[in-house]
Design a protein around this ligand. Sequence first.
Ligand code: ASP
Length: 573
Amino acid sequence: MPMRTKYCGALTAADAGSEVALCGWVASRREHGEHLAFVDLRDHTGVVQCVVDHAHDLRAEYVLRVTGTVRPRPPGTENPSLATGAVEVGDCEVEVLSAAEPPPFPVTDRMEADEGVRLRHRYVDLRRDRMQRNLRLRARVNAALRRSMEDQGFLEVETPVLIGSTPEGARDFVVPSRFQPGSFYALPQSPQLFKQLCMVGGLDRYYQIARCLRDEDLRADRQFEFMQLDAEASFVDQEDVISFMSQAVAAATEVATGGTCPEIERITWAEAMERFGTDKPDLRFDMELVDLTSAFAGTGFNAFRAPCVKGIRVPGGADFSRARLDRLTEQAKDYGAKGLVWMRADEGGSLDSPVARFLSEDELSATALALSAEPGDLLLLVADKQATVRRVLGLLRTELGRPPVNEGGFRFLWVTAFPLFEGIGDDGRPIPAHHPFTMPDPEDLDRLEDDPLSVRSLACDLVLNGWELGSGSVRIHRPDVQQRVFSLLGLDAEEAKARFGFLLDAFGYGAPPHAGFAFGIDRLVALLAHEETIREVVAFPKTQSGADPLTGAPSPLDARRLAELGLRLPPPS
Ligand code: ASP
């Protein structure tokens, strides 16, 4: 008989009477009289009950080969909550393939072990259903993305990992060079420059499931290294890019949900900021920002004499306790507001608020009307500069309204017409909202130097349930426009040449107009798997502090290696 003839989770009543060889781990063992025990044997497909003699030396997580005969369970002992619950394997011969230490935590989804312990023993953690499910979903998503890109005529090209610096704006991870001590490679923040070179190279449509590395603080939705579906195409415009990527994410969503993915909605950046106070709105709930500036135009209430006043309605929030309202006020201040005004809509339809006596009847009724207040609602108002009001209310909206990860479906959204620059830096220079190769909207090009912040770009983002999945743009392929953008950023010809000279040179040899996009696969899979953090869909993630408790990375380098690399560390202080 072969080592294995069936998977544990696959046995059904139809297998009754057949001889099987199963391999797996001991999930549990229950004594049954003096000489018999029930052993639940687990592999990646599920568990099945084996009736085993002399089971006393079999412990949890031992690796076994069990041969035996499948038989229906005696009437009344079936387990309908188990896929294999109608059968058991009897007359078992057991071969212990590996003994096992007691596991550091039970291999079950019913109990959540400490994350540090899970990561240190990730190989045990991976045996749990949750991790099996997530990694298998991830593999299906990858396959669907590849299939979709291939079907759309994209060519998979692998780009190098030891490179120069990339212009994504995060910190590079660097690798010292042994052959050129004192020189360093950077690890790619993205394949951006290479994919543009592929376009100059006539490859026409490139894609890659690319590993990207950014030395940034880690969060629930961010690891140092992450995977992107990265793509670039020649002789296309933004509409084409949106269509390519929409098809790819729809294919991924369909393998995850089994349903079809509706056409993805779109919103301009300006509208997203106005309605939701953020460029990555979560469309699973309403609570939109409502403008009240004109309602308070002539107000006698000092705090509302501001360039901008807006509010949100929290349905049913009137019963928030005073302590909770105080916490919200503190939160609003942390987000940058001077204060937060709250109002409760009472049964009679009037608004009850600590500041009500400073407001006129007209102001109160205009507020209630604009926000469509219903009895039982809570209204939250902020007055300040427009950007502050939007940010604070946008964050409060998310905080108070966001449904749990497993509710509200998958609301993809294209956010288009981003501004080219996101603000002015300390050096007085505009800060690019994406990278410096993003094409300004031709309609706004004549304002580039005089009013850069009003210039829109041909860049867009893809958002899912409030998480930014990725961004992309039409690229600048004309040297004169690129030069104007570089000058605005304060990159003179020499510096631009030093940093991106190879790309600019390449553009001198016949650059097709091109555009591209990249989105994070970890984030996409986490959301599709209803997980709160991307660590749950990464086989071997780092902790929040960037360490790998399993392998001990990062670790010190010995003196000989340091010397070889021409590196010297400061003496320990
Ligand atoms: N390279 C960009 C990023 O990683 C995406 C793009 O513009 O294609 O965000």
